[in-house]
Design a protein around this ligand. Sequence first.
Ligand code: 2AM
Length: 476
Amino acid sequence: GTAHIGVTGLAVMGRNLARNFARHGYTVAVHNRTFARTQSLVAEHAADGTFVAAESMADFVAALERPRKVVIMVKAGPATDAVIDELVPLLEPGDIVVDAGNAHFPDTVRREAALRALGLHFVGTGVSGGEEGALNGPSIMPGGTRESYASLGPILEAISAKVDGEPCCTYVGPGGAGHFVKMVHNGIEYADMQLIAEAYDLLRHGLGASAGEIGEVFAAWNTGDLESFLIEITADVLQHVDAATGRPFVDVVADAAEQKGTGRWTVQNALDLGVPITGIAEATFARALSGSAPQRAAARGVLPADTVAWHVPEPGAFIEDVRLALYASKVVAYSQGFDQIAAASAQFGWDIDRGAMARIWRGGCIIRARFLDRITQAYARDPELPLLLADPYFSGAVGNGVAAWRRVVAAAATHGVPTPAFSSSLAYYDGVRAERLPANLIQAQRDFFGAHTYRRVDREGVFHTEWSGDRSETAE
Ligand code: 2AM
C-alpha cells in the first residue's frame, strides 16, 4: 500500500482528523464499519486531498505503507477493543495502532501491554479541541513507545495546532501517559469552567448585573492575564440573546450541569494517588450538586440563608477583586493538576515533562490560554519544581491578589453565594503555606483510638502513648 496513514471510525471526529491529514498532503486510507460513511467522506471532501476508501478492514490495512499507522477514532470502551481485535490479526510487527478516542488511561495501559507482546506499537493519544480542533489543528498528547513517535510524531505534529510556530503535540510518555495527561487536561477544564461560573455568579449577585453586562466584563478580562478560549467564549455566550424569548440566553438554560466522566476519572485517580486536587474535585461535585434535583427541591425555601442584601459600594473595585480571585484560584487548580501529573509520572515511571504539557496546551484545546506560557517558563526555571504555585512568578502574581481573594470569598460566604472552587482554592493556598497544620491533632486522635502511632517534632522515631493505661510513651 501507499497510504501514509489510515483512519478507522469516521464519525465527526474521525472524519475531521482524516480531512486534516489529507489537507497536510498525506494520503489517507479511510474505513468505517458502515461503508456509507466512508463513501460520503470521500465524495464530499475530495478537495481536501487524497483518500483511499476501503470497504473491508483487510483492504484498509492493505492500503497502508509499512510500518502501518492506523488511527482508531471510535467511541471509547468496548468499540475500541472490538476494532483492535479485528485489526491486530491483519498487522505485522512494527506497525503502529493509535487510539485517538477518549480512553480511560488504565484501558490504554492494558491495550499497550497486549499489543507490545505482539510486537505492535500501541499509541494512546489525547486529542483535544473537539470537532473544530480535529479539522483545523487540535492539541495532541500521544503516549506509547518513543520509537513509534519517530515515525508517527512528525505526522501528528503536522496536523496539530501551532502557537508561535511550535506544534501543540509532543511525545508524552510510555504506556497510558498520553491518555492520562488528556484526562488531567479535562479535569483542569472542569475547574476552569467552574471558576468562571462562580465569577459570573458573584458579579450577578454582587452587582445585580445582567448577563450581557457580565459578558462585557469577561470580554475586558480577555485582554489581560486571563486571556483564554474559555473566557472568550464565556463573553460570547453571556451576550447571546435567546431568539424565542428575547431574554439573555443563559437565563433560559436549565441549571443542571452534565458530564461525560473525565472529571470523575481525574478525581478518582487523585484519590488513588493521594494528591489534593481540590479545585477539580469541587468543580466535579458542583456539577453533581447542580443535578441533585430531589435534594435541591427539598432544600429550596426550607434552609434559611440568614443573609442581608448585598450592596457593593464600588463596582469597579469589586470586579477587579473577582478578577484577581479568579486568577489566583485558577493558578491553584493548575498547580494541583500538575502535581497529579508528577505523582502519576513517578508512580508509573512515565517521566512526563510538565513544561512541555503546558506548551502543547497553548493551542487547539479547550484550556488554551496565554498563561500557559508562564507555566512552561516556570518548569524551564526548575524542571523539578515541587509546587507550581510557589514558582516566583506565580507566588508573586497570586500574592498580589490574595487580599482581594479573601474579600471575595468572605463576601460570598456572608451573602450566601456558593463558591466551592474559589473557597476551596483559598483554603488549599492557606493550607499548603501553613507553618503548622492541625494534622498534629489528627495523629494524636488516631493514636488514641487505634494505636496508629505518631512522630514527634523534637525527636526522630515512631511513638505510641498508652492512652488507656498510664499514658506513658513508648518508641516503636
Ligand atoms: P458506524 O458508522 O458503523 O456506526 C462513532 O460511533 C464511530 O464509531 C462510528 O464511526 C461507528 O461506526 C464506530 N463504531 C462504533 N462501534 C463500533 C464497533 N463496535 N466496531 C466498529 N466501529 C464502531
